[in-house]
Design a protein around this ligand. Structure first.
Ligand code: GDP
Ligand code: IMO
Ligand code: MG
Length: 431
């Protein structure tokens, strides 16, 4: 297994952090390929205490979810946009836990930096009437600068003169926008320069050519896990545009975001939550604005890991998932949060869409159509049995297996793993 890509197959928050942490046991390297601190990947780790082993929950935003495994090297790839404040906070938290980061964290010299003005512009933009419901982490404005070819990269921190020149130009431009268009406070060049130079000193030891590192690792037959953030329907090309993020969470993004060739990839795993959730605006065809949706939110603890916002909830949507399987080339599925459905007498799965009275089979990515479709459901009998203590797939209640096997057959894709809780031991392999 040279490179295995782990993608969110829906709207993000599928449980990628849990699955990546679980799979990290058997890999050498875990590499994040896109997004930034908009991601919130939760990992639940066993922890020793004087009274025995307990578990602790950690939310990672930029550092790959393999960091809790000592033997794993973690890479932040060139496709990621790095917020120095968020990164330093995360490194600090991990070091406070006694986790050794030195020599285990590598940051791409080509990754772009989130600057204070990106966060400011993100929040100002969201005050308008075409709100996306972003995480406010400056992601969109940072990727705008990247594609405008005026972005500041990690490598720019090395040369004070280059940094000053680029920053001055950018800040002057942004100040004009901030004061003239948004009537907002202007930014101070010198303050930003000194803050980022301070950051440079702290991250210098981690910075390297991560593409070269990964390609050398491939030559040595090391196992690499490419960790996606967000999910397929938040992809800037393939998602529900404009209600998307500004990067490519789909599997194609892994190669550009890490500088590895597509020929190195031999496995693509889609992480699928047993129902649907979405944070922020935009269509969610199976959304339940009722008591059932509230039950899913409550039992599933569906509140954003980054912003704490309540996640919108609905039934599983196989029409959109068929599209996700196709666009990502998903070969195997990891279904998460099956246990959340334990208490439901009936469980619906969307198997078709109706638009203006006509059935449509393919997932429409234009928002106008998506917002006016009627989902068609197939109803499954609930299993009404606690699954979080089950430790083998064969021991799951029959109805739960029927639910999983129906997903497998309707998606024509193998279900490889089923998760029945946030902990590592609550992961069942489907043989
Ligand atoms: P990610 O962004 O895809 O990594 O997902 P998040 O961490 O944002 O959200 C997933 C949430 O579900 C986290 O709180 C996880 O601890 C939790 N979780 C993951 N897998 C399971 C599961 O199988 N069952 C339950 N009940 N919770 C899970
Ligand atoms: P993980 O990796 C769920 C959503 C935001 C918003 C849209 C654009 O934890 O699955 P952005 O700040 O990226 O410009 O916001 O994307 N969003 C996520 N939703 N999980 C995430 O990450 C998300 N990252 C961004 O809510 O709708
Ligand atoms: Mg998340």
């Amino acid at each position: 297994m040279p490179v295995q890509i782990i993608v969110g197959a829906q709207w993000g928050d599928e449980g990628k952090g849990k699955i990546v942490d679980h799979l990290s046991e058997d890999v050498d390297i875990v590499a994040r390929y896109q997004g930034g601190a908009n991601a919130g990947h939760t990992v639940v780790v066993p922890t020793k205490t004087p009274s025995g082993i307990t578990t602790k929950e950690y939310v990672l935003h930029l550092i790959p979810s393999g960091i809790f495994h000592k033997h794993v090297t973690c890479v932040i790839g060139n496709g990621v946009v790095i917020d120095p404040v968020a990164l330093m906070a995360e490194i600090g938290q991990l070091q406070a836990l006694g986790i050794n980061i030195k020599g285990r964290l590598l940051i791409s010299h080509n990754a772009h930096l989130i600057m204070p003005y990106h966060k400011l512009l993100d929040s100002i933009r969201e005050q308008g009437d075409q709100k996306i419901g972003t995480t406010g982490r400056g992601i969109g404005p940072a990727y705008i600068d990247k594609y405008m070819r005026i972005g500041i990269r990690v490598v720019d921190l090395l040369d004070r003169d280059v940094l000053c020149k680029k920053l001055k130009r950018n800040i002057e431009e942004k100040n004009e926008l901030l004061s003239k268009v948004y009537h907002s406070q202007e930014l101070n060049v010198d303050t930003i320069i000194s803050e980022y130079q301070e950051f440079d000193k702290k991250i210098d030891e981690y910075v390297t050519d991560t593409s070269e590192f990964l390609n050398n690792a491939l030559k040595k037959k090391k196992k690499i896990l490419a960790e996606g953030a967000q999910g397929a329907f938040l992809d800037v090309d393939h998602g529900t545009y404009p209600y998307v993020t500004s990067s490519s969470p789909t599997s194609g993004g892994a190669c550009t975001g890490l500088g590895i060739p597509p020929t190195a990839v031999n496995s693509i795993v889609g992480v699928v939550k047993a129902y649907s959730t979405r944070v922020g605006n935009g269509p969610l065809p199976t959304e339940l604005n009722n008591e059932i949706g509230e039950r899913l939110r409550k039992i599933g603890g569906e509140y954003g890991a980054t912003t704490g916002r309540p996640r919108r909830c609905g039934w599983l949507d196989l029409v959109s998932l068929r599209y996700s399987v196709r666009v990502n080339g998903i070969q195997k599925i990891a279904i998460t949060k099956l246990d959340v459905l334990d208490e439901f007498e009936e469980i619906n799965v969307c198997v078709g869409y109706k638009h203006k009275g006509k059935s449509i089979r393919n997932f429409p990515t234009d928002v106008q159509t998506l917002e006016s479709i009627e989902p068609e459901y197939r109803t499954f009998k609930g299993w009404l049995t606690k699954t979080s203590d089950v430790r083998s797939y064969a021991k799951l209640p029959v109805q739960a297996r029927k639910y999983i096997e129906a997903i497998q057959s309707l998606l024509k894709t193998k279900v490889w793993m089923v998760s029945v809780g946030a902990r590592r031991d609550q992961t069942l392999l489907v043989r």
